[in-house]
Design a protein around this ligand. Structure first.
Ligand code: FES
Length: 180
């Protein structure tokens, strides 16, 4: 799906069209880089902006669900106001985040597994992986090795918009159509 272009790899026109017109960028995240101890980079796929909620309707530790970037079960995500600042957090307190609810290990369902006391999602009912929602969905325990895909959010007035996905959604190996 990708083709060599000098020393870099670029999306072919066909790959771009197959990806649904999403744009992919590689983003260095200061906080996460520090957490990982070196230059971490996450791949971010941009998708059409979609309104997913209102800031003033969110209550701390009361998650809601939404589908993005596709309207099917496998793209169900969780939106939550953590009550503490978080990596990628938006809103006046930088504490509103959203993540895929499919475990990155083998797709275990994480919906309903949010633990507000610790700001974590998990343990996964399949093999007990737990993800830290204050640190871009990093694995804190369990079988998974990949962070939970984080939904990129934007606030305009009181409206919350999803604009992209940081990471690979389980079962959608092509949602980031870019060569590492
Ligand atoms: S599927 Fe979640 S830990 Fe294995």
């Amino acid at each position: 799906m990708t083709e060599p272009h000098g020393e870099r790899f670029c999306l072919s026109r066909r790959a771009f069209l197959l990806s649904g017109g999403s744009a992919v960028t590689v983003m260095a995240l200061g906080g996460l880089s520090q957490a990982l101890g070196q230059g971490a980079a996450l791949k971010v796929a941009s998708y059409p902006r979609t309104k997913i909620g209102r800031v003033n309707r969110l209550k701390v530790d009361h998650p809601t669900t939404f589908q993005y970037p596709w309207k099917d079960f496998n793209s169900t995500n969780m939106l939550v106001k953590l009550g503490v600042p978080a990596g990628g957090g938006v809103g006046p307190d930088q504490d509103i985040v959203a993540f895929s609810t499919l475990c990155t290990h083998m797709g275990g369902p994480l919906a309903g597994q949010y633990r507000g006391q610790y700001k974590i999602l998990g343990p996964c009912p399949f093999h007990l992986t737990t993800f830290d929602l204050t640190r871009h969905g990093m694995v804190v325990a369990g079988q998974a090795t990949e962070s939970l895909p984080q939904i990129v959010l934007e606030v305009k007035g009181d409206d919350l918009w999803a604009t992209g996905v940081m990471g690979l959604i389980y079962g959608y190996q092509a949602n980031l159509a870019v060569k590492a």
